[in-house]
Design a protein around this ligand. Structure first.
Ligand SMILES: [Zn+2]
Length: 148
C-alpha cells in the first residue's frame, strides 16, 4: 500500500510545503503546494485521513466553508487574481487523502492552462518550481493576512 503523503505532511514527518502552514483549524490545514509552477497554488487538507467527500462530517464542512470565505478574501487582497478555482479529486498516487486545490488566476496564470489544464502547473520538477524562498515569503504573508 502506498503511504499517504498528506498524512506524512500533516504530522510533520515529511512536509510537502517549504512554507509554514497558512492556517491550522480544527479539521483542516491550508498549505502552499510544492513543487508548482504557479505562485499562490494552495491546498486545503483534511487533518484526518479519509478518501471520500461523503465521509466528511457536518462540522468539517462548516469549517471548510469558513476557511474558504477567509482564504478567498485573503488571496484577493494579496495576489489580486481575476478569479479562483476550487477543486477536489484526491486521486493521485499517495494523495487519496481528501484535499482541495485553490488555484488563483493571477497575472502569472497562462490562459492556455485554463480550467482542468491548470494541473499542468503541478507537473513540474523541483528545479522548475516556483522557488522555496518565494513560497516561504507568500505563506508568511497569507498567514498574517488571514488572521485579520
Ligand atoms: Zn492521509
Amino acid at each position: 500500500m502506498t503511504k499517504c503523503l498528506s498524512c506524512l505532511s500533516n504530522t510533520g514527518e515529511r512536509r510537502i510545503s517549504p512554507g509554514e502552514q497558512i492556517y491550522n483549524g480544527s479539521y483542516w490545514v491550508v498549505e502552499h503546494a510544492y513543487p508548482t509552477g504557479l505562485l499562490g497554488w494552495l491546498v486545503i487538507v483534511l487533518k484526518r485521513h479519509t478518501e471520500a467527500l461523503h465521509d466528511l462530517t457536518k462540522e468539517e464542512w462548516s469549517e471548510f466553508a469558513e476557511i474558504n470565505y477567509s482564504i478567498m478574501k485573503c488571496i484577493k487582497k494579496v495576489l489580486k487574481p481575476k478569479k479562483e478555482y476550487l477543486c477536489c479529486f484526491s486521486e493521485g498516487k499517495g494523495f487519496k487523502h481528501i484535499h482541495f486545490h485553490i488555484i488563483p488566476k493571477t497575472r502569472a496564470f497562462d490562459e492556455i492552462y485554463s480550467s482542468s489544464r491548470s494541473f499542468m502547473y503541478l507537473k513540474v520538477s523541483e528545479r522548475n518550481s516556483i522557488s522555496k524562498e518565494k513560497i516561504v515569503q507568500l505563506c508568511s504573508k497569507l498567514k498574517l493576512e488571514i488572521k485579520k
